[in-house]
Design a protein. Structure first.
Length: 247
């Protein structure tokens, strides 16, 4: 009996390992391609900061291999974003055996919207939040204090924000599938709205620069995404009831 219980567990581990290998291969291919354009990609990444820096100012690096390592990291992140559809597909295929047949048809919408929202969140951070946030930080420079942003610090800070926005924008997709599984309902989400709004401002205060404008610029989309999640969960619930009237 114990051996019978171990077999499904081991098979799940083997399946997880296989899916992770596929993801790693996809990221590796994306990394190899992105590395050929890593210098250009880094220039694009630092553009929001360069636009608010005083004329003639530049980023610095204080460690000899720092730029080389930064180019590798930029290529890796670009490869990760490029492999996002494959990663979301592998995630779906891992959980697919536990889904009903009619739920398995949601694979393409899941991969499409997950990728779209993740990339869209990162782009929102880059085009909307970065300019205001970096302008705020550079505003501390004066005749006595001069900003000397380093490549390493900028990369670490900007990538954390990009990934944070990408993950946060997945909220409607998560809400849809939680509703499909019956773990949340639109009524529950509505009742928790005031706590969700408070939590969004707490998250925004943690993830964004310490100024009101950028915090609102992150909290605002989060609140909108929460309202969208309520609508999406309502749609998912209605579809579930339609497919399974007895529920």
């Amino acid at each position: 009996m114990e051996n019978d219980e171990k077999q499904p567990f081991l098979s799940h581990l083997e399946e997880l390992r296989r899916r992770l290998i596929y993801c790693a291969i996809a990221v590796g291919v994306g990394f190899a391609i992105a590395y050929m354009f890593s210098e250009r990609l880094f220039q694009i990444l630092v553009t929001p900061l360069k636009e608010v820096m005083p004329e003639g100012e530049q980023l610095i690096f204080t460690n000899l291999p720092e730029m080389f390592l930064t180019y590798l990291k930029v290529a890796f992140i670009a490869g990760l974003l490029g492999a996002a559809p494959v990663i979301f597909y592998q995630m779906w295929m891992f959980v697919a055996p536990g889904l009903y047949q009619h739920e398995k048809r949601l694979m393409i919408p899941f991969v499409f919207f997950s990728t779209l929202l993740f990339v869209g969140g990162a782009l929102f951070g880059y085009f909307v939040v970065f300019p205001f946030g970096f302008k705020f930080f550079m505003g501390f420079s004066n005749d006595f204090v001069k900003a000397l942003p380093s490549v390493k610090q900028y990369f670490s800070f900007s990538i954390k924000l990009l990934l944070a926005f990408g993950i946060i924008f997945e909220l409607p997709v998560v809400a849809f599938f939680l509703a499909k599984m019956g773990l949340v309902t639109p009524e529950f989400l509505r009742r928790q709205r005031k706590y969700a709004i408070l939590l969004t401002f707490v998250i925004a205060a943690i993830l964004t620069p310490p100024d009101v404008i950028t915090q609102i610029m992150m909290a605002g989309p989060l609140i909108v995404l929460y309202e969208i999640s309520i609508l999406v969960s309502k749609m998912a619930r209605a579809k579930k009831v339609e497919e399974n009237p007895e529920t």
